[in-house]
Write a protein that binds this ligand. Structure first.
Ligand SMILES: *Cc1c(COP(=O)(O)O)cnc(C)c1O
Length: 399
């Protein structure tokens, strides 16, 4: 199926009051009605085109939600003040006390902590599995399993989830498939491969400027309406609405996302090959011999490449730390968590973004203590960047 998110976003006609080429920014918490009956009907969800209160919906967020739903091919979307809010609200909306969740063991650290620690408060049980081992996913399913949770490309091991196959398993148990697509916007549209709900941290690639934190849930109308139901919606009642000023910023950045993704991918591919030629162990799902390559290629919108993420294994934390400090000094990028930025970011996963994952589990999933994760920036001259990296590797006797 040809899916062209970039052209679809380009074709959006969204303009502001007085003909502004960018939609106007909502500066109101509440909205007036000229007829009292319209307010009552809006409370009962029986009107369209009316706004009631900005925690529920506001016009700026509607524009960005429309763009996100367009990119993902979903009926609708809703925006949250962070990626974690999108994830936690979705899971809390789908599960009741006593329910069960099957999740990939490698996920974003905050997601893992929520699933492993926080859901205990509600007596919701979580089984963690190797999401690429479909037999173990199937074996973990129970009658009360409400959802399978995974990331298209999992953090930090860059495993690839087989979304069509996971959907088949979920459907057999009447469970929803929830996919975090933060690492792979435009490249993969999980909904088109069977995901029921797609969650995002917009903080990363989608916004791409590291100047704000935001999230989104992309799903059908029924699910989005349930999230913001005035009486029982987890988003409405827990209240993590995105600020309209922020959503208007993100919307503008979405219009350059397709160009950025191509450059991130190009740079990561170049460096992955350079690291490998230098004899360093590299994880990069764009290598033909990578475990996830075939599955990834099956789902991929190829013009955007294999993504901007790669990881190298320097065996020990000590070596990883020295290498990262030196790369920062040499101007390769920043030693920082997060990803999807115009500058290259690198961090040692086990001691940072995945430090919530107990060491024994880190070992089980093959996460070395010297794993350095790179989010490649938009460098115009990537060969120059490699020269700097190679200098660091040689200075530290790593090659
Ligand atoms: C950063 C991240 C999150 C959390 O998003 P925030 O915007 O920081 O709340 C969730 N999932 C993935 C894959 C992430 O990288």
């Amino acid at each position: 199926m040809k899916f062209d998110p970039a052209s679809k976003i380009q074709d959006l006609l969204q303009f502001g009051e007085f003909g502004g080429v960018n939609p106007s920014i909502t500066d109101s918490a509440t909205y007036t009605f000229l007829q009292a009956k319209d307010m009552l009907d809006t409370f009962h969800g029986e009107t369209e085109d009316y706004f009631l209160y900005s925690r529920h919906w506001n016009p700026s967020n509607k524009y960005l939600a429309e763009a996100m739903a367009t990119m993902e091919g979903t009926e609708n979307a809703w925006l949250t003040a962070s990626g974690m809010a999108a994830i936690t609200n979705t899971i809390l909306q789908l599960c009741n006390t006593g329910d069960h969740v099957v999740s990939s063991i490698t996920t974003y650290g905050g997601t893992f902590a929520f699933l492993n620690n926080y859901l205990k408060k509600f007596n919701i049980e979580v089984s963690f599995v190797d999401i690429t081992d479909l037999d173990s996913v199937e074996k973990a399913m129970k009658d009360n399993t409400k959802l399978i949770y995974t990331e298209t490309m999992t953090n930090p091991m860059l495993q690839i989830s087989d979304i069509p196959e996971l959907k088949k398993i979920a459907a057999r148990y009447d469970a929803k498939l929830v996919v975090d697509n933060t690492f792979t916007p435009m490249m993969v549209a999980p909904k088109l491969h069977g995901a029921d709900i797609v969650v995002y941290s917009l903080t990363k690639y989608v916004n791409g400027k590291n100047d704000l934190v935001a999230g989104a849930v992309c799903a059908d109308n029924d699910f989005i309406n349930s999230l913001i139901d005035l009486n029982g919606g987890s988003s409405m009642l827990l209240g993590p609405v995105l600020d309209p000023l922020r959503s208007s910023q993100i919307l503008k950045n979405m219009h350059t996302l397709h160009i950025r993704m191509k450059q991130h991918s190009k740079n990561a591919s170049y460096l992955a090959n350079k690291f490998r030629s230098a004899g360093i162990k590299v994880t990069y799902p764009g290598f033909e011999d990578d475990k996830g390559y075939k599955v990834f290629t099956k789902m991929l919108n190829k013009e955007f490449g294999y993504g901007g993420m790669l990881a190298i294994d320097l065996k020990t934390t000590e070596k990883a730390d020295l290498f990262m400090e030196m790369m920062e000094e040499q101007g390769v990028g920043y030693l920082a968590v997060s990803l999807g930025y115009f500058k290259t970011l690198f961090s040692c996963s086990g001691k940072s973004t995945s430090s919530e994952v107990p060491e024994e589990i880190q070992k089980r999933i093959g996460m070395s203590e010297g794993l350095v994760r790179f989010s490649m920036g938009l460098d115009n001259d990537i060969q120059r960047t490699w020269n700097k990296i190679e200098y660091c590797l040689k200075e530290l006797n790593l090659v």
